[in-house]
Design a protein around this ligand. Sequence first.
Ligand SMILES: [Ca+2]
Length: 424
Amino acid sequence: MAKASLGLYVVFWLAVPLLAACSSGGNNPPTPNVAASAPCLVSQTQTPPPAPAPGPPQGLSLRLEQVNSAVSLVFPLFLASPPGDNARIFVIEKRGTVQILNRDTGTLVSTFIDISPLVSTGGEQGLLGFAFDPQYATNRRFYLSYTDTNGKSVIARFLADPNNPNQALPTADHIILTVSQPFSNHNGGMITFGQDGFLYIGLGDGGSAGDPGNRAQNLSDLLGKLLRIDISQSGPPPLAAYTVPPSNPCVGQPGVRSEIWSVGLRNPWRFSFDRLSGDLYLADVGQRDREEVNLSPLGSGGGKGINYGWNVLEGTICFPLGASCSSAGLTQPVVEYDHGSGCSITGGYVYRGSAIAALQGTYFYGDFCTSFIRSFRYVNGQVTQHFNWASLNPGENITSFGEDNQGELYVMTAQGGLYRIVLN
Ligand SMILES: [Ca+2]
């Protein structure tokens, strides 16, 4: 893709934050830290991480192998495989389509579904998330997360065609959740199931810049949060669209949305659970200074009741830059970087594949703007082996990572690239 086009992508992705940078001076009063004092929240102490070192570790050499050499993809931004399916990868395109590719040959199997008439695709809007039901093999259910034509965030349940596994039924089986968005950016949109069988949903702070409505710290608002809901019994009325697990942190608190799992997020574009350990790795896109990876081990609750800080903190510094603030009760990231090396973090996955044994337990993440790919391991509560992989930089805007059924990892770009991380 031409550099001019690449520049346009960067401009649209960043337009609002950059505009905001001009108006957020250092004289603002300290932001009230509303949520930190809420009784249902807990804090988690983090150790500052080492700076990334040039890779590779142990002489390991990696490269990106293009998967879609024979297939043109339009702004792919997510990928998944049905549980137990080693033959197919399902690639999500921003415009509202899901394409099935043969995992080994990279050829197009079929267009699984096209909901583009339902989707707003401007800026950060679009078909943003996708998840297979853990029982997909028997119930044919999958979930799409998209921006609807009114600009609202929607989570909807769809069904695969009972007579054709490469085709979905075109109409939503059921709408699970609809959330109004005051601005068009920071929609989050990631959805995934945890090991507990519940659906986790990442929602941004509603957009504009600086979280002008202080939504991320407002426990009566779903925006700027990670949600956890139970959709195993979901159905059309009189059934509930979803229920709240009784073990959610704020259940029973007056004036608090019980769907909340974690708070204080700006735009949790991509998060994931380590499929082996269940630990939560959550990347939050920063405003103008810091990009961050948050890590909440399953043994510490996996993010339960954690306040990740926005918009009191941006990364580990007070927001806006130069303001005074209290970080009491706030959980800081395990990794952050400033805008000297990137501008918009794309969270990835912990490698649990079998093709590259030396990468077992290694978490990969990247940056949309500068296209770097870095990795680290989290051992005994410490970030270690934090590397920058120059050989993995695609030179294109990294929209997402993906993990197939075997645990192999992929990288997708706004320019249409779909790559697998392989040994060189
Ligand atoms: Ca944070």
